[in-house]
Design a protein around this ligand. Structure first.
Ligand SMILES: [Mg+2]
Length: 456
């Protein structure tokens, strides 16, 4: 009797919310009261090896239940799949999920449904890396270029990047990869920190955290801007005084402005020498970004954390609209689409400085940046991964920062798994934390709205 191959038996979901708004951690010009959240997914199998695939989409509070429901809508595509086949070719699932014609109507390839696809696809990559016994960055860096190319959907980008050129970029990228891999394991990958610059922090706290960032070996800090110009000028002055003239300070407007405001505001901050202006306007406004970039040079323009797919990234690059591409591990359709985005960036020689923070985004995106360094772009020049020092304690394989660098993960997987106790405590609305914090169970969640209204 032939043994039945192991299959995916369950797609379990969790609505996980952390009460970060209480301390104004994560506050910016557009998100004054974030409760950092994860629509979390666990793929279980009957392989009997105890391995699970973990993934998530990052959201900020209300709406996380919508994100969870979107993940659940994908369940029929996943349950019953043979584990070995799935892990050998995550791209096949990726194509099926993107191609579900009824769910595709909600996008296509953008927004809540696409983030759900990203969560599920990333969970498959987590499982694949665990089964391979490798951290994901290493699985990708050791993979055959032709196989990596087979994982990419070139539809809508083939006018700019097709399989042949992708293969050539990956073949070139792997030259001396072993040396870079060894260097990465010794030195890590450069990081910058956003922790000093949240909009809700006092000038004293900002200056103290900025000085600490310099002392801790980071090569850049970032300030949230865009709510009030007088405040921003004062905060930039405080930050510049704290770190000195030669240290990079990036600023981030979180999409606050119209194009003309972005130009005026960034020019007003220019005497304090901001290194980049991040998300100056809508992430969909390709030509707006191009106009801003022309107008605020030499200040660089950065965006990407809300860029919804590879097609918009393609256009941003075609239009010469960005100096820095800010890849996000959990916004687009998972590792497969991020491979396409890394290749587009490599083709245009635009440095990738990944977006991180939130819940677990540092844990995920370090793998993509490290793969890029070892086996694609081959450099960390002008490249840094964002770092925010919140919520890592909930992860089983949390990021480690040493002397301003991300230490290369060595545990098999995508570093996506949270501690079971954290899932129990912060599951909304019935985890042990929320059961106590919320006055009465309310199926419509109006209690949380009221709680925030009363605080504002
Ligand atoms: Mg940002």
């Amino acid at each position: 009797m032939t043994p039945t191959p192991a299959r995916i038996t369950a797609v379990d979901t969790f609505d996980i919310r952390f009460p970060t708004s209480a301390e104004l951690d994560g506050s910016d010009a557009m998100n004054p009261d974030p409760d950092y959240s994860a629509a979390y997914v666990v793929l279980r199998t009957d392989a009997g090896d105890g391995r699970e695939g973990h993934g998530f989409a990052f959201t900020i509070g209300r709406g996380n239940d919508v994100q969870v429901a979107a993940i659940e809508a994908l369940r029929p595509h996943v349950v019953g799949r043979p584990v070995e086949e799935l892990c050998a070719d995550p791209g096949s699932l990726n194509r099926d999920l993107i191609g579900d014609s009824q769910l595709r109507w909600l996008g296509p390839e953008k927004g809540v449904m696409h983030m759900a696809i990203g969560a599920v696809v990333n969970a498959v990559w987590d499982l694949a890396a665990k089964r391979a016994g490798l951290p994901l960055w290493q699985l990708l860096a050791r993979a055959e270029p032709a196989w990596l190319v087979s994982q990419i959907d070139f539809r809508y980008i083939a006018d700019v990047l097709g399989p042949d050129e992708a293969l050539a970029l990956l073949e070139r990228g792997r030259v001396d990869a072993d040396q870079r891999s060894a260097r990465l394991r010794v030195r890590g990958y450069p990081a910058y920190t956003t922790s000093p610059g949240w909009l809700g922090y006092s000038d004293e706290k900002l200056a103290r955290l900025a000085r600490e960032a310099v002392a801790d070996g980071f090569t850049q800090i970032k300030l949230k801007v865009g709510a009030d110009l007088k405040d921003d000028l004062r905060r930039m002055a405080a930050a510049r005084a704290a770190v000195g003239a030669d240290f990079r300070i990036a600023v981030d407007a979180n999409q606050r402005w119209n194009v003309d405001e972005a130009i005026t505001w960034t020019r007003a901050l220019a005497p304090y020498d901001p290194y980049w202006i991040e998300e100056p306007t809508s992430p969909d406004d390709v030509l707006g970004h191009a106009e801003i970039r022309r107008s605020v040079a030499p200040v660089k323009v950065a965006t990407g954390e809300h860029v919804q797919n590879r097609i918009v990234f393609k256009q941003l690059l075609q239009a010469g609209a960005i100096d820095i591409l800010q890849l996000d591990a959990a916004r687009v359709g998972g590792v497969n689409e991020n491979l396409a985005i890394l290749l587009l960036a490599a083709k245009f020689s635009v440095p990738v400085c990944p977006h991180a923070g939130g819940v677990g985004l540092c844990e995920l995106v370090q793998h993509l940046a490290m793969f890029d360094y070892v086996a694609l772009s081959g450099t960390t020049d002008d490249r840094m991964i964002e770092y925010v020092d919140h919520l890592h304690e909930h992860f089983q394989d949390p990021v480690v920062i040493s002397d301003g660098h991300y230490v290369a993960p060595s545990a098999p997987g995508f570093s996506a798994a949270m501690h079971p106790e954290s899932l129990e405590r912060y599951r909304y609305p019935d985890g042990t934390y929320w059961a106590e914090a919320l006055p009465t169970p309310d199926p419509h969640h109006h209690d949380l709205l009221q709680r925030k209204g009363a605080a504002a």
